[in-house]
Design a protein around this ligand. Structure first.
Ligand SMILES: [Zn+2]
Ligand SMILES: [Zn+2]
Length: 135
């Protein structure tokens, strides 16, 4: 049983997944939608997903809700002390959380398995090899 722990830069918020086996097997999702770009500050959001019930949250992240490119509401949680983006919950999959991979330590991440909004790729970007591409 592999456990995973991630935290924001100031460590006020910590996420622990005591049994991360299923989460790691799902792999990393990459999303190039404008909402993921703006909220991460990078050309794509990268996340690991897990049912909420399997994640222990320590601390009180702040939440911001808006409508993503999909037209569905997404609530993104971030540390209001250091500003690190932590995770998102989508209204249409409310039991799941999508955690930003950068909160986890280096060398702990599985490879990307899915990629979304490839139409937004910059001219110098390429899809990740072997991913299941959507849109
Ligand atoms: Zn913080
Ligand atoms: Zn996105």
């Amino acid at each position: 049983m592999t456990s995973m722990t991630g935290h924001c830069r100031c460590k006020a918020v910590t996420l622990t997944i005591p049994d991360a086996t299923a989460m790691l097997a799902r792999g990393v999702g990459v999303c190039h939608c404008t909402d993921c770009r703006a909220s991460t500050g990078a050309v794509a959001g990268m996340e690991l997903s897990s049912p909420k019930k399997d994640v222990q949250i320590k601390g009180s992240p702040k939440a911001y809700t808006n409508k993503a490119d999909s037209g569905h509401e997404v609530t993104r949680y971030f540390c209001d002390t250091c500003g690190s983006p932590l995770y998102a919950v989508m209204s249409r999959m409310a039991d799941f959380m999508f955690m930003n991979v950068g909160i986890f330590p280096p060398k702990t991440l599985p490879a990307p398995t899915s990629e979304h909004y490839l139409r937004n790729l910059e001219s110098w970007e390429k899809p990740y090899p072997g991913v299941k591409a959507n849109q």
